[in-house]
Ligand binder design. Structure first.
Ligand code: ZN
Length: 201
């Protein structure tokens, strides 16, 4: 039986449980959508995939296929198994939040990845006191030799996917980033839906 494809609606989040050995395939359906991605231990929401622990473990700021993605307790939680895209994913930038959009000039509430994470976890009856820094799939943040960062557009194409395999029982949460002011979701600044499916179930 082929796996069921689930939608992450534009500007919204979804979370799913993964048993150790299962994998999640996340699809950039329209090609230019950033998907903020988190993973929490199923046993303890206080242990989660951690960008600041991944970067020194890899000795790189861009994870690629074949890398183990570790937690804040430095244990592998996901294996980055496949990547059909050019492999540019961000580990530096915090999840967007309503404060961020306020600084960008919004005077009303703006959808954001932080609230999407917590809403997605609530749908599974879970709660995280923290908003860990996400693995920002397909978010293209070029870093120049002087250390300056800029807001690039994704290098991915429609249908590009990544496969992340659970090393431990975990919860994976994703947010189709609602950023529509900076061009991180493409020059059109038009957030779109993305998809995922569970493999090996
Ligand atoms: Zn976002």
């Amino acid at each position: 039986m082929s796996p069921t494809l689930h939608m992450i609606p534009a500007r919204r989040g979804k979370a799913t449980r993964l048993n150790a050995g299962e994998a999640i395939r996340i699809v950039n359906t329209h090609g230019a959508q950033v998907v903020d991605t988190w993973a929490f231990s199923a046993d303890d929401m206080g242990e989660f995939m951690s960008m600041e622990h991944i970067r020194p473990t890899l000795g790189r700021i861009f994870p690629t296929a074949g890398d183990a993605l570790v937690t804040n307790r430095r244990r592998p939680i996901l294996m980055f198994e496949e990547d059909s895209s050019p492999g540019r994913h961000d580990t530096l930038i915090a999840a967007c939040d309503d404060y961020r959009y306020g600084l960008l000039g919004c005077t009303d509430y703006h959808d954001n990845c932080t609230d999407n994470l917590h809403a997605a976890l609530r749908q599974l009856g879970l709660c995280s006191p923290e908003t860990p820094s996400p693995l920002n799939l397909w978010m293209n943040i070029p870093v120049d030799p002087e250390g300056h960062t800029s807001w690039g557009t994704p290098l991915s194409k429609p249908g590009d996917h990544v496969v992340l395999r659970a090393v431990m029982d975990c919860v994976v949460a994703m947010s189709a980033c609602p950023q529509d002011i900076l061009p991180i979701n493409g020059a059109a600044c038009m957030p779109t839906e993305a998809h995922f499916e569970i493999l090996g179930r």
